[in-house]
Ligand binder design. Structure first.
Ligand code: SF4
Length: 213
């Protein structure tokens, strides 16, 4: 039964890969997170600089340690003495060779939908770094943009508020309360419709497993 499910999901991903290819992305299928990790590491030449979007997916793939090695120059936002230094690190990362991130939802039509509290993740995906690698588990696949936006509001926002302990109503109640707080987790929401503008910039690794939120 497990195998049948996996094969059905694989067909869905391969259909999506076809759609994404037509939008000038470089989509890549990964059977599991181990394979996905190898794919990501093989995409980035040694010596490259790397910036990161905040992402449970990246942690689950155990990518931080190899990124910290001497093979790469990591803009290490997780290892700064204070918040101003973290912000400066993220600013410097806007000119990285590779920006590695996840997405919050991806539609059947190949739209990428993401939310952000501070803006660095959505900004870096749109413009700045020479290349972007988006890593996406099967759980992020949705039918429409509205489904993706609902997913963010009902699920991703509250869960991430809780995870990083932002002082928001959803951190306590577990549901969106349309707040206007200083630490609002969903200040910025982007829908990226196409990769047409810059040839070869964006790789999308889609994993046939549930990964991240
Ligand atoms: S609007 Fe506020 S309550 Fe709703 S998901 Fe965003 S941070 Fe949470």
């Amino acid at each position: 039964m497990k195998e049948i499910k996996k094969n059905i999901r694989k067909s869905q991903i391969l259909e999506l890969i076809d759609t994404l290819s037509k939008k000038n992305y470089t989509p890549i299928y990964a059977d599991n997170i181990v394979e996905a990790r190898d794919i990501v590491l093989n995409l980035i030449p040694h010596g490259s600089s790397i910036a990161l979007g905040g992402s449970v997916t990246i942690n689950e793939l155990n990518l931080i340690e190899p990124f910290k090695s001497n093979n790469y120059k990591l803009f290490d936002r997780y290892n700064q003495p204070d918040w101003p230094s973290t912000v400066e690190c993220m600013r410097q990362g806007l000119l990285a060779d590779y920006f590695v991130t996840s997405t919050n939802a991806i539609t059947k039509n190949g739209e990428l939908i993401q939310m952000d509290s501070g803006g660095n993740r959505v900004a870096s995906l749109l413009y700045g770094p020479k290349n972007a690698i988006v890593i996406c588990g099967i759980n992020k696949l949705v039918d429409t943009c509205q489904d993706g936006l609902n997913r963010i509001q009902e699920f991703v926002g509250p869960l991430n508020s809780k995870r990083i302990n932002h002082k928001t109503p959803c951190n306590i109640s577990g549901k969106c309360e349309n707040c206007n707080t200083k630490q609002r987790i969903c200040n910025f929401t982007t829908i990226v419709k196409s990769g047409e503008r810059v040839d070869g910039k964006t790789f999308i690794v889609i994993i046939n497993e549930e990964v991240g939120y």
